[in-house]
Design a binder for this molecule. Sequence first.
Ligand code: FAD
Ligand code: NAP
Length: 530
Amino acid sequence: MAKNSMLDVIIVGAGFAGLFMLHRMKQNGFAARIIEAGDGVGGTWYWNRYPGARCDVESTEYSYQFSDELQQEWDWSERYATQPELLNYVNHVADRFQLRPHIQLNTRVTQAVFDDENEIWSVSLDSDEKLSARFCVMATGCLSSANIPDIDGLADFSGEVYHTGNWPHHRVDFSGKKVGIIGTGSSAIQSIPVIAEDAGHLYVFQRTPSYAVPAHNKPLDDAYRAAVKKEYPARREAAQQTRSGMLFQVNPEDAMTVSEADRRAEYDRRWKDGGLAFLGAYNDLLVSRDANDTAAEYIREKIHEIVSDPSVAKALSPDTVVGCKRLCVDTGYYETYNRSNVSLVDVKASPIERITEQGLRTQAEEYTLDTLIFATGFDAMTGALLKIDIRGRGGRSIAEKWEEGPKTYLGLAMAGFPNLFIVTGPGSPSVLANMMPSIEQHVNWITDCLTDMRAKGRAVIEADQVFEEDWVSHVNATAGKTLFPTCNSWYLGANIPGKPRVFMPYLGYPAYVKKCNNVAAADYEGFSFA
Ligand code: FAD
Ligand code: NAP
């Protein structure tokens, strides 16, 4: 590691975003360093080592496209790669592009302060070291700040406690044990079927049921891989034109304009194919409640077909809007409830009262547990950023600026915080699209901006307040035209008590990419330079 503490760019986070940012900085001759809290690279895929963890965007799409050599040399083994395979891939990228000498692991950024006079960022680390840089890029992740709900008695529990987003590196042994899992979002839905195979008994504490569609994961063979490799450029280009950043087709029809039989056939086809493509069955699924109800009813019927006990099937059946929370993609989730060693506990009907020394007590019953798993999600999109004491012009903190919810221009930058960028920040499509192209687009945009500034002798860039306000209004107005704000999702911050209820990601891929390109082409419209 180079010892100089004055850098061009400090990048916080060594996930997919931070690593690609570092690569682009190196390529363009900027002195850059990544600071990463974990003791390895990979971000999401470093931390989320829970049983069953894998991507829900197909591996051949959930991967970098910036290097054709990388695309050609990497062989994905399954339709949806497992966490270990994704972690191998990230490590391969770090080695292949010689990134490691510029990554400082085991180090957390605690504070970043903009020095108005000298126009540099002063960054404090938990190692007591201080670094300075002209630019800061926050690649801190949207789903990287684990949420452990405040339930009385947690400290009293004598068994093992885990959070899916901070899973230990050793194998956790569930054999013969009484295991409790709180939560039924994507992480729980992936891990429950795997844990159930080992556990003596698994209690699933469900507050709100989720909709899940089958993954139909499968191994990829050489012929398929070769075909994809040949078509990579065209596939990537085609995915850029879709609203999900993924290749699946969105049916241009509206659900209520076709017959019930046709609708069923379309849902059957998508259920059989598996994956997030289910949401593309009709164009209006996330704008029309009537349309959405048809998809919801279809999934509820499937749950009743799969789960043998009708009362359990009923408890597993959501009555919310499909896709309003992230649609879960499962392997054998509903089937797991047919096992005799799995019990669903409805903690909406009978809320959790407290955690005890022996286990967990709901209003109705006490459960003795050896192991308690929190699959309770994340303080999404803003959590990791707000954990850092970021101070812009005049010492104003990001916590003050975002008191009523996050405010950014394009999800990339903030008025009052010059020379600071966020990768896939709130106000950008981010988690609503395939994250890999979203990350690459942001990193490329930031890189172009920095090289352009260097060429033009510009030292400081800052988002204009008025453009930021307009953008925030536009993001809200866009979400308001859809069904997204109708449920208590983490997109809205509704999973964290006291968090302002604001729809954080921008529903606008791929038009958003065009908007960013137009802003750059208009000499960074909406930004000022000093
Ligand atoms: P991250 O991978 O979250 O990396 C951020 C890094 O920043 C972390 O390593 C963290 O330790 C570090 N960091 C944060 N704060 C600090 C600090 N103060 N100091 C130092 N380091 C810090 N998206 C998809 O598109 N498709 C999927 O299939 C998919 N599956 C997912 C599965 C799981 C279990 C989860 C949790 C998320 C999934 N996502 C998926 C979203 C996923 O987060 C992104 O796809 C992507 O991995 C994010 O990369 P990133 O580099 O932006 O952030
Ligand atoms: P999540 O979707 O936020 O789910 C958290 C779960 O915990 C919810 O069921 C929630 O119930 C429950 N919960 C939270 N606090 C609780 C409390 N106090 N008492 C009882 N239950 C409580 O989190 P996640 O499952 O970790 O997923 C987060 C995101 O990561 C996903 O949406 C997805 O984007 C990504 N992810 C993707 C995959 C993949 O398939 N590739 C896998 C995992 C994660 P309520 O709904 O009632 O709040």
